[in-house]
Design a protein around this ligand. Structure first.
Ligand SMILES: [Zn+2]
Length: 290
């Protein structure tokens, strides 16, 4: 419909993933009037406390509520209009006991988890969905793999009125993207640490990961919005150490200026738009307005 505002929906696994992946993109689109929806699949209950200042018994005792409050703060900083919890428990790292917890995202029946995402898609009616890719060898967290596994079926079934008829009117998502960290960005960051005489947090292991730069179709210029990532990360006080050399080892303005692009692989599109693209909504601008 011509009067529908454009909508972007991002699916993430844990509180803090929305800060480390695509925050600048969301901030940029929100600033131009796109409606933005965050789906967070788990409560992050299994996350270790990485900030010594937050390693307190009262924080550990109420970790789900603490992480939810951190998520709301980060989402507000980034500019998400809505935060939706899919309602599962953090499955923990690969092969940990938490994988088998009956409420864990990893052990949830697939049709049930897909159905929950379908309900959100039909209600929020996004034109673009951003999720995780089919290649996650660099960080194969069970919940991250699950985010990928539920998104494509949810997009397909949201458009099919025969699936989950109780979940609202069907809705066709137009484009699906995988958010990726490019090797190019990591190389530029690594070089900058060395140039400034700092110890680089990027070990050889980083460079031997299965990178996918050759699959990137879409790069979003986030100049002016790259900085939002740092404040959003800091909002996750239990997860992010403000002294972390990985996140904050470079001066903020230096880090924000290195490769100020968020990179994506376009996984599906029902609209005509040539790749490479510089806009997640390419091909949709004529049909909807912001
Ligand atoms: Zn995560």
């Amino acid at each position: 419909m011509a009067s529908d505002p454009l909508c972007l929906l991002a699916v993430h696994a844990h509180p803090d993933d929305e800060a480390s992946k695509g925050a600048g993109t969301v901030a940029k689109y929100r600033a131009e009037g796109v409606r933005t929806v965050l789906v967070c699949c788990t409560g992050g209950e299994e996350g270790d406390i990485h900030n010594p200042a937050m390693d307190l018994p009262e924080v550990k005792a109420d970790i789900a509520a603490v992480r939810r409050a951190e998520l709301d703060k980060a989402a507000a900083i980034i500019g998400y209009d809505e935060v939706e919890m899919l309602g599962y428990r953090d499955s923990g790292m690969p092969d940990s006991e938490a994988n088998a917890h009956p409420e864990s995202f990893a052990s949830a029946p697939l049709d049930e988890a897909v159905g929950r995402l379908v309900t959100i898609i039909r209600r929020t009616r996004p034109h673009v969905v951003v999720t995780y890719g089919d290649e996650q060898g660099g960080y194969p967290h069970p919940d991250h793999l699950r985010v990928h596994d539920i998104t494509h079926p949810a997009v397909d079934r949201a458009a099919d009125p025969d699936w989950y008829p109780e979940a609202g009117d069907h809705w066709q998502v137009s484009k699906v993207y995988y958010s990726v960290w490019s090797k190019k960005r990591i190389e530029l960051m690594h070089a900058k640490y060395l140039e400034l005489g700092l110890e680089s947090p990027y070990s050889d292991e980083w460079f031997s990961r299965p990178w996918q730069d050759d699959r990137i179709t879409t790069s979003i210029d986030i100049e002016g919005f790259a900085d939002v990532r740092f404040d959003a990360l800091l909002a996750h006080a239990t997860q992010i150490d403000p002294e972390s050399p990985f996140w904050f080892g470079l001066p903020r303005e230096v880090s924000a200026a290195i490769h100020p692009f968020d990179d994506y692989i376009r996984a599906a599109s029902l609209v005509d738009a040539d790749v490479p693209e510089d806009d997640l909504f390419a091909g949709l601008r004529a049909q909807a307005s912001v």
